[in-house]
Design a protein around this ligand. Structure first.
Ligand code: F3S
Length: 387
């Protein structure tokens, strides 16, 4: 693999041990993937922050890098943790787990990672068309590629951290123009006008394209909730988190029917079959918890929920809403009003990466949340749009 003089120095340990460890790992992965060189990145987003997900091995890995004086070289953000420290009483977390969670965040902050604790880093720093990133949160990766035309693979937590430390990643996968060209044409014959339908479509397409990039010809409501729901669900089932959405993706011009190898038609029927596969039929409404906020809600989504609640169009009592501390701060007045109506707004975490106390039945508008709550937390799930 070709390395610049600076990259060679990084590899040889001339810029410190942590940089050398990180560079060796990136070069090794790049060589396995056939990368001819590295590429500089502008933003790393580090996943694997929740102690409940990474456990002691994850904490020890971060401690090890910290002991080698690791520092990030580019703007770096972190994914949600397992706790909202202002609402500890609604989580099942032991004192020991809490201390270890705090340690993880503390060590990363010491390295220079911003304590954003969100899966929506694009609200904090909006990616640019063609920009190279190393992001480790699948829903955000898909959103960055599809909606902004930025370039990132789905990195594991350690590799995203190594990319942050070196300011580089391997030049392979979705960083290369040729790997972003759609090979599957998908015609969607039903209007996609809410988050649940968008999530079902995303999940279905991710399953059928089998790693190829699709060009999706759909009438899709162009708003952030729909596009976030599509991206998160698509990233749940695909191995290649990029697609071109007609009328949405800024890279739409690279669609060329000459390269299309397969055509797929999606009707309402496919979405209903996907829904039936994901949800439970036994709907015990008295044991339900309602959840909105996977991915974390943005400011306008919070205003929308409040608007519906204040007009009595949705019941808000006991509903769990998750968002980032960034959005929480910006929308604190409206969040206070939502909480006065009985909603529980959590920041820095979500029910999937934490042990938030919920009843044994979860109703959500997020296909990604439904998928993981069922598998990781063994609760029954139902999908329902907010209005
Ligand atoms: Fe974010 Fe949690 Fe969903 S991290 S994408 S709200 S699973």
């Amino acid at each position: 693999m070709y390395l610049t003089r600076l990259e060679e120095k990084m590899l040889n340990g001339e810029l410190g041990e942590a940089v050398s460890i990180a560079m060796k790992a990136i070069v090794k992965v790049g060589e396995i993937l056939g990368a001819s060189r590295l590429v500089e990145i502008t933003h790393s987003h580090i996943s694997g922050i929740s102690y409940l997900n990474i456990g002691d091995p994850g904490l020890e890995f971060i401690e090890y890098l910290s002991s080698k004086n690791a520092r990030v070289r580019v703007f770096s953000t972190m994914n949600p943790s397992s706790i909202d420290e202002d609402k500890i009483h609604i989580f099942n977390i032991s004192k020991e787990e809490l201390a270890k969670q705090k340690k993880i965040v503390e060590l990363l902050v010491k390295m220079g990672v911003k304590p954003t604790l969100t899966c929506t880093p694009y609200y904090i720093r909006k990616p640019k068309l063609g920009e190279h990133l190393a992001w480790g949160e699948s829903s955000a990766v898909a959103y960055a590629n599809i909606v902004f035309g930025a370039r990132t693979n789905k990195e594991g937590g350690p590799l995203a951290l190594f990319a942050a430390i070196t300011g580089r990643t391997y030049y392979a996968g979705l960083h290369l123009e040729e790997n972003r060209i759609p090979k599957v044409y998908i015609k969607v014959n039903t209007r996609i006008d809410n988050a649940v339908k968008a999530g079902l479509l995303g999940y279905y397409i991710g399953e059928v394209v089998r790693g190829k990039i699709p060009y999706i010809d759909a009438t899709i409501l162009y708003d952030e909730s729909t596009l976030k729901a599509f991206s998160a669900a698509y990233a749940t089932s695909t191995t290649t988190p990029h697609a071109l959405l007609k009328g949405v993706s800024p890279e739409e011009k690279i669609y060329d029917k000459e390269f299309i190898e397969e055509r797929i038609i999606v009707d309402e029927k496919e979405l209903i079959e996907t829904l039936n596969k994901l949800v439970d039929q036994d709907t015990n409404e008295s044991r339900k918890t309602l959840f909105i906020g996977c991915p974390h809600l943005g400011i306008s989504e919070i205003h929308y929920i409040y608007d519906l609640a204040s007009k009595g169009k949705i019941g808000i009592e006991g509903i769990i809403i998750s968002t980032s501390r960034y959005v929480y701060e910006k929308a604190k007045n409206i969040i206070a009003k939502l909480e006065s109506l009985g909603a529980i707004v959590v920041k820095d975490t979500c029910p999937i990466v934490s042990r938030l106390k919920i009843k044994d039945y979860l109703i959500t508008n997020s296909v990604k949340a439904a998928f993981y709550m069922k598998r990781l937390h063994k609760v029954k799930v139902m999908l329902r749009d907010v209005n």
